[in-house]
Design a protein around this ligand. Structure first.
Ligand code: KIV
Length: 293
């Protein structure tokens, strides 16, 4: 029987994941794994678990900062959290999610803001939402040497246009447009594309048509990889859980129990116990008492 490799040793020996690794995994038919993280301890844990890629998603707005949707989060918010993640994760490919209005106004602004994710945020690549209307931005950012991940289907920054968080590409016309958009993004230089909330067979068709890998969320097993919002997977987001999420833990309940146990311990003086305190030598204590007025 082989001896299990300790988690820390596994993390140290892991090679840095690059966009080339993504491409090679697709060629070998090996699923790519991706999770979100927004802070140092989560990034450390996700990286040590061996995930291929960490997305500092603009889902930050909802699951960490408590906003109703992703529209309020800013470049400064994203860079602040990107830096924390880059301090925790050493092997996973780090992708910074470009926030609403950081790439829509002009190609120049998009390129400059994408550069900030690498220069000031410690990221390896960026992600942005949209299809043909973003092709010029994708081309320009890629030409600047910055890998770009696309994002098609349910694009949360457009919820006002889409009429809410709803599945996309369900009619033949909408599905054809998504296939075309995916091919346009690939041609513009994207190294990978997230497909969110689209029918399973459409995601599979797009994945087969592209030579770059697709990463699915609510898009079925036919994608080349999968991504989940870590707070959903851990059961840490209280408001709602999308249908496509598999919960691997219930941290919300575990946190509630830990906090109520703590309050109970303090109120009944079970905490702090002897082992949580420091003491001083009897001699020093006696000297102190003798020297007090
Ligand atoms: O912001 C995010 O977390 C995302 C994922 C859902 C892909 O864009």
């Amino acid at each position: 029987m082989s001896t299990p490799v300790p988690v820390s040793a596994r993390a140290i020996t892991r090679k840095k994941v690059t966009t080339l690794t993504f491409r090679q995994k697709k060629e070998r038919g090996e699923p790519i794994t991706m999770l979100t993280a927004y802070d140092y301890p989560t990034a450390l844990a996700v990286d040590n678990a061996g995930v291929d890629s960490i997305l500092v998603g603009d889902s930050l707005a909802m699951v960490v900062l408590g906003y109703e949707n992703t529209l309020s989060v800013t470049m400064e918010d994203m860079l602040h959290h990107s830096r924390a993640v880059s301090r925790g994760a050493k092997s996973a490919l780090l992708i910074g999610d470009m926030p609403f209005m950081s790439y829509q106004v002009s190609v120049e602004e998009a390129t400059r803001n994408a550069g900030r994710f690498l220069q000031q945020g410690g990221m390896d690549a960026v992600k942005l939402e949209g299809g043909r209307e973003r092709a010029d931005a994708v081309r320009s950012i890629t030409n600047a040497g910055i890998p770009v991940m696309g994002h098609l289907g349910l694009t949360p920054q457009s919820i006002n246009q889409l009429g809410g968080f709803r599945a996309q590409g369900k009619t033949a016309v909408a599905a054809k447009r998504l296939v075309e958009d995916a091919l346009i993004l690939e041609e513009a230089g994207a190294f990978s594309i997230v497909l969110e909330s689209v029918p399973v067979r459409l995601a599979e068709l797009i994945s087969k048509k592209l030579s770059i890998p697709t990463i699915g969320i609510g898009a079925g097993v036919g994608c080349d990889g999968q991504v989940l919002v870590t707070h959903d997977l851990l059961g840490l987001f209280d408001r709602f859980t999308p249908k496509f999420v598999k919960k691997y833990a219930n941290f919300h309940d575990s946190m509630h129990k830990a906090f109520t146990d703590y309050i109970d311990d303090v109120e009944t003086r079970r905490f702090p116990a002897q082992e949580h305190t420091v003491d001083m030598e009897d001699k020093e204590w006696a000297t102190l008492l003798n020297n007090l007025d």
